[in-house]
Ligand binder design. Structure first.
Ligand code: ADE
Length: 249
């Protein structure tokens, strides 16, 4: 997969891209990661990239020309790849695991990172997706792009050592992940559930499934909306609901 980030702060990516999984993906030839500083396409001797808004108002906007030129530069370098162009925007669609899965199937991703008050509206004609990291405003799109790149790249085949681990992650199954334990079996009185040490794989699977559902039911009930529940799952939920109501009364 090719990834380009178009940014005024390319050095911000040194940390996450130089470490562990991202680095391994690059070393294994699974990821070709590039940064394009669109300052180099800025206007005039000061390489201006921003300007005041027409109609007045506070703050500066990113001008269209440097971003259009940065995109043309990437197109020249990679004329034949199929590109998905993702604008980092707090007003975009909230990022989630499903998007990371979709992105991980693409050939070439381009992340556009803004700063200041926002973009000249015409920049949106360059993009295929407008995505937000969440309902809060960051000082720029770089941190959001780093998170999205990380969540995407770890899903590329061959990047994670243990392929199964991505499939059992919280969110990929539509449920949060169940609790995990390692040695010691008893830590200062906090005990590992017996079933996990029973060697009975059927019971262990059932316990994990139940705990996943329980976590999701209590922490993120929104994730269960629209999910078709088995009879057994409905019974578990009814049981937790009863316990919960008793505790409340
Ligand atoms: N730029 C500023 N805030 C952002 C957010 N929440 N998501 C994506 N890009 C942003």
């Amino acid at each position: 997969m090719k990834i380009d980030v178009v940014t005024l702060f390319p050095e911000m990516f040194d940390g996450p891209m130089g470490h562990s999984i991202m680095n391994r993906a690059a070393e294994r030839g699974l990821l070709d990661f590039n940064r394009v500083n669109f300052r180099q396409f800025g206007l005039g001797k000061h390489q201006m990239v921003d300007d005041t808004p027409y109609g007045g108002g506070a703050g500066m906007l990113l001008k269209p020309e440097p971003l259009f030129d940065a995109m043309a530069h990437i197109e020249e370098q990679h004329p034949s790849t199929k590109k998905r162009v993702i604008l980092m925007d707090p007003a975009g669609k909230p990022f989630n695991q499903k998007m990371a899965e979709d992105f991980s199937k693409e050939e070439h991703l381009i992340f556009l990172c803004g700063h200041y008050e926002g973009y000249d509206e015409r920049v949106r004609s360059l993009v295929t997706d407008e995505v937000s990291l969440g309902d809060y405003v960051l000082t720029g799109g770089e941190l959001a792009a780093m998170v999205m790149v990380d969540a995407t790249v770890r899903l590329l085949p061959g990047v994670l050592g243990n392929a199964v681990s991505a499939e059992t992650d919280s969110h990929s199954s539509g449920l949060l992940e169940h609790p995990h334990y390692t040695r010691p079996a008893d830590y200062k009185g906090m005990k590992v559930p017996e079933v996990l040490m029973s060697g009975n794989h059927g019971l262990i699977e059932e316990w994990r499934h139940k705990e996943s559902l329980k976590r999701t039911f209590f922490r993120r009930p929104d994730m269960l909306e629209g999910r078709v529940l088995t009879k057994q799952e409905q019974e578990w939920i009814a049981e937790w609901q009863r316990d919960f109501n008793e505790d409340e009364s």
